[in-house]
Design a protein around this ligand. Structure first.
Ligand SMILES: NC(=O)c1ccc[n+]([C@@H]2O[C@H](COP(=O)([O-])OP(=O)(O)OC[C@H]3O[C@@H](n4cnc5c(N)ncnc54)[C@H](O)[C@@H]3O)[C@@H](O)[C@H]2O)c1
Length: 281
């Protein structure tokens, strides 16, 4: 998407952290911004910050897990702005536990917000965006945990791998849809993610104020969210599929792909030894 000024951006989870950083970065480029967040006061604070910059912005309460609510969110944005050029499915949450300690509610919460939230965003916006003329783009927020596994993060990793897969598929379909797609895969960013239990819905256990201090310390040394937002903005202009923000995560990705290729080497070796069992496949 070459021209951003005057276009409309939607950011879920825009009330804090990376979503707020993207909202600011898009506003700096002269875009109109619609924020949806489960914390209405946080969304409204960001709306006010953007209004101070002279940008037309709205903030609406939104739980991305609630499909009828996401459909109403889309209706209100189309009523107000008449179009959506850039959709950022960004709202996300995390839990920290080894696999044998993860509760059903943890699985449902993390998969619900991080994966179903993205699916709901696509279901609500994609048909209307496709029907619009002009350039359009979708950014889905995954993580480096969507590229390689991380101990203690199974539901998060599962949700983010799925978001990477959906984004890669959207990118493969971009000529059919007329919509570009990027997937954001950051390392540590200084946000409120470690306290995401604050927004846990009652259906999956209700608010949880506990914070993992060890991870919190790592996260608070992370990248500034506005810097991430500006990297995303440039990637949208460049029509990049993958957006990596932290070069120190490269080795993590490399290790996974090396392991996959080593398994292929073994597969080839096996086929060479017994051609009757798929040697030429
Ligand atoms: N912070 C990091 O180090 C990091 C790294 C990689 C990926 N991410 C991803 O970035 C995205 C944004 O997270 P962040 O780090 O900015 O955290 P954050 O907690 O600062 O911001 C997340 C926002 O999402 C909102 N939200 C939570 N549940 C919601 C729901 N059900 N519906 C609507 N809004 C909801 C929160 O109220 C909050 O405003 C997430 O998808 C996260 O997985 C973060």
């Amino acid at each position: 998407m070459k021209e951003l000024a005057g276009k409309v951006a939607v950011v879920t989870g825009g009330g804090s952290g990376i979503g707020r950083g993207m909202a600011h970065a898009f506003a700096e480029a002269g875009m109109k911004v619609a924020i949806g967040d489960i914390e209405p006061a946080a969304g409204d604070r960001v709306r006010a910050e953007l209004a101070e910059m002279g940008v037309e912005a709205i903030a609406l309460p939104l739980d991305v897990v609630d499909m009828p609510a996401v459909a109403r969110f889309a209706d209100r944005i189309y009523d107000r702005f008449g179009a959506v050029h850039l959709l950022c499915n960004n709202a996300g949450v995390v839990t920290f536990d080894l696999m044998d300690h993860i509760s059903d509610a943890d699985w449902r919460w993390v998969i619900g917000v991080n994966l179903e939230g993205v699916v709901n965003g696509l279901q609500a916006f994609l048909p209307r965006m496709k029907a619009q003329d002009g350039e359009k783009h979708i950014v889905n927020t995954a993580s480096i945990a969507g590229i390689a596994p991380h101990r203690g993060l199974a539901p998060y990793v599962a949700s983010k791998y799925a978001v990477v897969g959906i984004s890669e598929t959207l990118h493969a379909e971009r000529a059919d849809l007329g919509i570009g797609c990027s997937v954001l895969c950051p390392g540590n960013v200084d946000t409120q993610i470690v306290a995401s239990g604050r927004n846990r819905q009652d259906a999956v256990g209700g608010p949880d104020r506990r914070v993992n201090q060890e991870v919190q310390e790592q996260i608070s040394r992370g990248m500034n969210p506005l810097e991430v937002g500006r990297i995303v903005r440039q990637a949208v202009i460049d029509d990049d599929l993958y957006i990596f923000t932290h070069r120190d995560t490269r080795e993590t990705a490399q290790n996974r792909f090396d392991a996959i290729m080593a398994a292929y080497d073994k597969c080839e070796e096996r086929s060479r030894r017994s051609p009757a069992h798929g040697g030429d496949r």
